[in-house]
Ligand binder design. Sequence first.
Ligand code: PA5
Length: 444
Amino acid sequence: MNSIKIDLKNAGIVFSQETKKQAENACGLLHSEKGAGNDFLGWLNLPSEITDEHLLDIENTAQILQKECEIVVVAGIGGSYLGARAVIDALNNSFDLLQKERVFPVILYAGQNIGEDYLFELQQLLKNRKFGIISISKSGTTTEPALAFRLLREQLEQQQGKEAAKRLTVAVTDKARGALKSLADKEGYKSYIIEDNIGGRFSVLSPVGLLPIAVAGLNIRELVQGARVMQAQTSNEISFDENIAEQYAAVRNELYKSGKTIEVLANFHPKLHYVSEWWKQLYGESEGKENKGIFPAAVDFTTDLHSMGQYLQEGQRTLFESVISVEKPNYTTIFPIDEANLDGLNFLAGKRVDEVNKMAELGTMLAHVDGGVPNIKITLPALNEYYLGQLLYFFEKACGISGYILGVNPFNQPGVEAYKKNMFALLDKPGYEKESEEIRKRIK
Ligand code: PA5
């Protein structure tokens, strides 16, 4: 089997022996479990540690939801939904909800925002439809998914009765703490544990990601297999010259040191939009701390060449671009000939749409490199579970290495608490009386 590849020849970086050593040391530090955040390394060997029984149990639960539900709503935010959405959106039909003959439930999302209109419209859509809920929250106390879950739970019980609601609700949460665990135990929901040593943004290969992905009808065994291969290919026993996670981590840090403080993850495949959203969280929350870190941004090409293209070509030269390229599309569409040729497009007749896309990709890379935007190219041989498993693990591994090279703890997220504290104070949450008083004085 093939593997994903990384091409750095347009990144404008020549690795010194010192840089290579630094990346190897950072990878070694991860594996030695002696670095910062070492109590959150459960993801590192997760692919090889997932058992067949565990996968089977997830598949069995998925089957119950598949059999009984037209729609399954995943209630979660950040690392508790982005990984699943990345894989499902990449591999499912783009027009899923409108497909007439569906085999598997449509996966929808809630609890990733606090939009009243969004929730109202979702609840309207779910009226009189058979649906199920996967409620995912490691802490079990995050406001956004908890709020959505209460609304959806009530609706499910009203529409389908308490017994069906119990059968069609699954909780994925911490083993002991948090309100979701207590609720799941009390109501008798099927539940899955997120191990203490797996942080949200590194949890896609745990039930957090695997259960929704399985419900969508995708092959979680292939996904895990891809990740296993990448786990082996990026281990600390693989030297820098062969280790693509170390290379990616090293090149981004070298570019950062040279003033390239923004990494733009670009794709030329619209189905990869949520892979970029997942990546943004992974790198943003892992590295953006202590006033350091590359700012992770993302664009979908060619769409965003018509909105961000100007800035990328000629704006501030603080950017570098990492492009995810998919070698072969899954389907074939040939551009037709038109005798009248009024649109002047006969020069494309007989070509695949993907050939046009690939020339746009190449043309963009050359233009951006000429414009002073270094380029990293990450190639997937095809868009399927196996290569996505490789890609997800590759990004996770490189993120851990990159965070250590940067000198931060990549596995905490202390900054995320600041908005929550203010929000709770403003909403008069019990226990926040002092903060409430202070914040009200400030906004008077
Ligand atoms: O990476 C993280 O830890 C966070 O982004 C969390 O995934 C996110 O805040 C959701 O937290 P929880 O799963 O506890 O509801």
